[in-house]
Design a protein around this ligand. Structure first.
Ligand code: CUA
Length: 317
């Protein structure tokens, strides 16, 4: 809509147009009422200026006027709130079938891993027309991942996963920034997002060394760190069976329930005794210092990929 208007970045994601529409509507409302009020003010200044033989009269309010200048702005605000909330909810809710990329922020670079294993730094190659979700965490300080052309931005902080999703709608190259001041080279912490035709993307993937996929790397780590000693399938183990557990709610030893999600897995590896599953002893050692954020993300990818054992009808134990 505004490709040739340099005040706006290019709009290249599925919801960029929706976000711009709210923004333009707000500007329109502001310009309309500013003009209306300015004209009314000028008109009153001229109409009621001091003249010979004219005496000012006291006015004791007008119900109609007061109701209209209260109710009309209220309705406009509610409309903008509802409209904005709908778009915000859409932007915040990644679709279930999205391709999952992992992003780690670090002074001063973005490290990215594709679902098929390829890695890149300060570059993100994605296919056009595909829903993509980025799972992000920081290894040091607060960063913020920002792609203006997609109208998408989210803080990337240490200790907590954040995610954003988008569907690129136009082949091309777009800027990628860090939008949170994070130290000396903050301004250099950026790069390009390259949106490609699906066939070009596949060719790009084929030309890059894939190494192992995050799921496979997570499986190897799970074995190397000996997680499977306590978390293997079957009952009578020292730790809960983790197959099929991801995304479910678990009961903790203190009776609370919580979702078995990225943040819970991460916390359980670093501070295992903080929230122990019901029915188990707090015997798990910490893996603090033995795993970095990249490795934790891979273990999470592996746990996500695990299907419940056959005949395991009740993973909630
Ligand atoms: Cu990272 Cu600014």
């Amino acid at each position: 809509m505004f490709e040739d208007f340099s005040l706006f970045p290019e709009a290249a994601s599925s919801y960029a147009g929706d976000i711009d529409a709210v923004y333009i509507f707000l500007i329109g409302v502001t310009v309309f009422f500013s003009t209306l009020i300015s004209i009314a003010l000028l008109w009153c200044m001229l109409r009621y200026r001091r003249r010979e033989g004219h005496q000012a009269q006291q006015i004791e309010g007008s119900l109609l006027l007061e109701l209209s200048w209260s109710i009309v702005p209220l309705l406009i605000c509610l409309f903008v709130f509802g409209w904005g909330a709908k778009i915000f909810y859409n932007v915040l809710t990644p679709p279930k079938d999205a391709m999952e990329f992992y992003v780690t922020g670090k002074q001063w670079m973005w490290r990215i891993q594709h679902p098929t294993g390829q890695r890149e730094i300060n570059q993100l190659h994605v296919p056009v027309g595909e829903k993509i979700v980025l799972k992000m965490i920081s290894e040091d300080v607060n960063h913020s991942f920002w792609i203006p052309a997609f109208r998408v931005k989210a803080d990337v902080v240490p200790g907590l996963y954040s995610s954003i999703w988008f569907e690129a709608t136009k082949v091309g190259e777009y800027h990628l920034f860090c939008a949170e001041y994070c130290g000396t080279k903050h301004s250099k912490m950026g790069g390009q997002v390259v949106v490609m035709d699906p066939s070009d993307y596949q060719a790009w993937l084929d030309a890059e060394p894939a190494g192992v996929t995050p799921v496979e790397a997570g499986r190897l780590l799970f074995e190397n760190l000996r997680c499977d000693t306590c978390h293997a399938a079957g009952s009578g183990q020292r730790g809960p069976d983790l197959a099929g557990r991801f995304g479910r709610s678990v009961t903790l030893a203190d009776g609370q329930t919580m979702r078995f999600d990225e943040d819970y897995v991460r916390e359980s590896m670093l501070e295992p005794t903080r929230r122990v599953s019901a029915g188990f002893q707090p015997v798990m050692p910490t893996y603090q210092g033995q795993v970095n954020e990249d490795q934790i993300q891979k273990i999470i990818a592996y746990l996500k990929s695990l299907e419940p054992e056959v005949g395991d009808a009740a993973p909630e134990r």
